[in-house]
Write a protein that binds this ligand. Structure first.
Ligand code: IMP
Length: 428
């Protein structure tokens, strides 16, 4: 029963989509467990690039059952577009291969509106959200006034919830300078969404447990990264869900005893989109090298990603809070051509050396990085498919990261294509 959780270990954009696609042939089922259409998981096969926001990254493999779990906040407009896009690319010939939890909360148009209006009002203190309504949708879940997928397929339940919600939302929208909403328009949307999505909506907790009972292998797919986790990230510059391995359990309805391994995806340097502290950020030609060579633009918003040296303090924090057992190192090829590489091994905070992430974002803004340097390498490594094809300096860099994090690297990704990997040890 090898079931694994795959999570991001930094601020997202570590290349989870590609690695989940790579691991999918070894599993029967991929379950996305948190976040929403703020995610952008990219899978590249030859000339074809597929960006997935809600649909699990295992969808390109016809044998794999894909599940959107209860922990996800689901935007029906994005999901319908995504399903249509997959059909156009020739995937998902059996649409029922994709199941959506009846317990998942729905991102409504007013959530997107509130997200954007709040960001505008925050001005310089904005979070830099993706504007996809994620925070407001999770907020309604926690305050118990959200609409769930199960309500979409029941017009009476949907209307009952709207009757309570709409006056309150309109007060908030008025305060924020937004456009009021009305029940009739939302009821029309419900009908359209339900007609399309009803066949997918089901009790996915039961699906997952039936699969486990039948000895099937399951991969739980995280979105964003540990430093964006609502509890363990750089609060308040975080997303609104538990991006860590703990979120996989609550977000899909399984217990910790069901999990065999927790795989952390780690980029060979650090990137971040949106606002918030970033101790190793570079504003020089090395940062520009990472940005250009790594094509560091957001897959969801197209925003330029901030780039910096590898931060081992951050990833060690991820190893702790996720219980990581294995690592996949991505985008190593991007570092080729940099003479020296720096790795942040500890921080100095107010004159004191610390080797953990402070909880206070202001403190994290103040830390100075303590770096260790190592040699870079010149030649392109994008064609390497075994460790003996990598230069010595790249070996030393990989070993240094694994030692600092305390978790072994099992796979090294050296390019965006599905096939561009060095498998050191099989994950399964
Ligand atoms: P939200 O999730 O849209 O509320 O945005 C909150 C923060 O998380 C912002 O800094 C976003 O840029 C960041 N964020 C959300 N989703 C992703 C992602 O998939 N990759 C990287 N950053 C993300």
């Amino acid at each position: 029963m090898p079931n694994i959780i795959v999570v991001g270990t930094q601020w997202g954009d570590e290349g989870k989509g590609k690695i989940i696609d790579l691991l999918t042939p070894s599993v029967d089922c991929v379950v996305r467990f948190q976040g929403g259409a703020n995610a952008g998981h990219t899978v590249v096969i030859g000339e074809q690039k597929t960006v997935l926001h809600l649909v699990p990254s295992g969808i390109l493999h016809e044998q794999c059952r894909c599940i959107i779990g209860n922990g996800v906040v689901l935007d029906p407009v994005t999901l319908i577009d995504e399903i249509e896009g997959l059909h156009q690319q020739g995937y998902l010939s059996d649409p029922l291969r994709l199941a959506v939890s009846d317990r998942a909360h729905v991102v409504m148009p007013y959530h997107r509106q509130i997200d954007s209006l709040r960001e505008k009002r925050r001005g310089a203190s904005r979070i830099g959200t993706t504007g996809r309504g994620i925070g407001p949708a999770y907020e309604d879940k926690v305050t118990r006034q959200g609409i769930r997928c199960i309500d979409l397929v029941d017009p009476n339940a949907f209307e009952e919830r709207l009757d309570l919600l709409v006056p309150e939302k309109n007060k908030e929208l008025e305060l924020l300078g937004g456009t009021p909403i009305n029940v009739d328009e939302l009821m029309d949307l419900r009908e359209k969404w339900a007609n399309y999505l009803a066949p997918h909506i089901t009790d996915t907790t039961m699906l997952v447990h039936d699969a486990m009972r039948d000895g099937k292998k399951i991969l739980f797919e995280g979105a964003q990264g540990t430093a964006l986790d609502i509890d363990h990230g750089t609060f308040p510059f975080v997303t609104s869900s538990n991006t860590c391995s703990g979120g996989a359990l609550s977000g899909s309805g399984v217990g910790p005893t069901a999990i065999d391994d927790v795989v952390g995806i780690v980029k060979a340097y650090t990137t971040r989109v949106g606002q918030g502290p970033f101790p190793t950020e570079l504003e020089d030609e090395c940062g520009t090298h990472m940005q250009d060579k790594g094509k560091e633009f957001g897959a969801t918003t197209g925003r330029r990603r901030r780039c910096g040296w590898f931060d081992a303090v951050l990833v060690r924090h991820a190893a702790r809070v996720n219980g990581l057992t294995k690592l996949v190192l991505t985008k190593l090829d991007v570092l080729a051509g940099l003479k020296k590489l720096k790795v942040c091994v500890a921080y100095e905070l107010d004159g004191k050396r610390i080797d953990y992430m402070p909880a206070d974002a202001h403190a994290l803004e103040r830390v100075k990085c303590i770096y260790e340097e190592c040699e870079g390498w010149k030649g392109d490594i994008a064609d390497a498919r075994s460790m003996d094809k990598l230069p010595k300096a790249a070996h030393r860099y990989i070993d240094m990261l694994a030692d600092l994090i305390g978790v072994p690297v099992d796979i090294v990704s050296v390019g965006p294509d599905r096939s561009a990997n060095i498998i050191i040890r099989s994950i399964f």
